[in-house]
Design a protein around this ligand. Sequence first.
Ligand SMILES: [Zn+2]
Length: 408
Amino acid sequence: MREYIKVKKIKLKDNFTVEYAIEHSEKLEYFNEKMFVKYEEDISNVPESILVIPLLSNLFPICWFLNADLHVNELDETFYYASNNIKDGFQKMYTQIKMGGKVIVNKIIKNSYCELDSAVLFSGGVDSVASYINNEDKNPLLVIAQGADISLEDTEGIELATKEAAEFARENDTKLISIKSNFKDFIKGSKLAGNFDDTISHWWPCVQHGFAFVGLVAPISYIRGISKIYIASSFTSVSDFRIPWGSDPRTDNEIKWGETKVHHDNFNRSRQDKIKQISDFVKRTGKHIKLRVCWESPGGSNCCKCEKCSNTMIGLMLENLDPKEFGFYFSDDIYNHTRKSLLEGKWNFIHDDVDLWDDIKKHVSDSDEREFFKWLKSYDFKDSIRKYNTFSNKLRRKIMKMNEKIKS
Ligand SMILES: [Zn+2]
């Protein structure tokens, strides 16, 4: 018998929250709990064929990668046909894995609604802020989806991120739509990735996140008539280095349902180009922007110490901007902290991090007289990978870990 996942029940818990029940063949034991999505708007009039999309955006890739069938009662016609192209997109990225699986549907339904708006998926980071600026003329709605990079338990983090996104929306005369879901946690990502040891290190970043984020917007797009959803690129077409990633033009641009299409946005700009775009926007409009880039500190603020925070602060400083005006509150000398962390191999560098630093390096002009940037231009970031992995560093980290264990 073929492996399968079946959508068993779609239940509205109240007019704002949808909960999904699934059943699956014994082998596909990859789920922790029931998936739910909570909206701020009444979704009771959204047809089942659209309401099922947030769930399917997470289940489809599992079925394709594991050659399992997906059984569903009703499905939007456009989404049904688009799914083949999304699958092809994943196939182009993951050439070592043979994509399989069929979708078996009882009723295919054509959904139409008026096209009124566009929306940008918004996290408050460099990519999504630049994506908003890129589409400023369309006055897009901002959609913040919680439950992934900030966990649902981190209420303080969720509150702060939502508050800052709402401030951004207010300052730009648009509306913020907030969505909460356990879409990341409901899947056993490490167990799934374990099937593809050589090619997929983590399920969420490498496969799940792009389609999953976009899919959450489906019910809202029906209510509000959203014709275009912009998801900001994480990588860029101009980069030398690209790895298969869960958000990529080859998959994102193929996602569509009803009257809604998706665009993988700003792919032609590197991260430093996006910082430049933000810099130009701030200079032109005088508006305030708080960036939220840190994945290391709970509570939704920037730690100002980690590699991601430092990379962003240095990127801002290269543009002669003060990081303190962009949500980075620090007392250290950023130049010294960054140089020391790089030279001592304190940050765990992987290749795409090197790519981001090389991007900053490329943007340093020959006439820049600042001592730090002169040094940066001559630094080989691959040294930081080597230094992080030296024997003494590994030992130091082991001892620190043991000490932490003893203390806790
Ligand atoms: Zn940080």
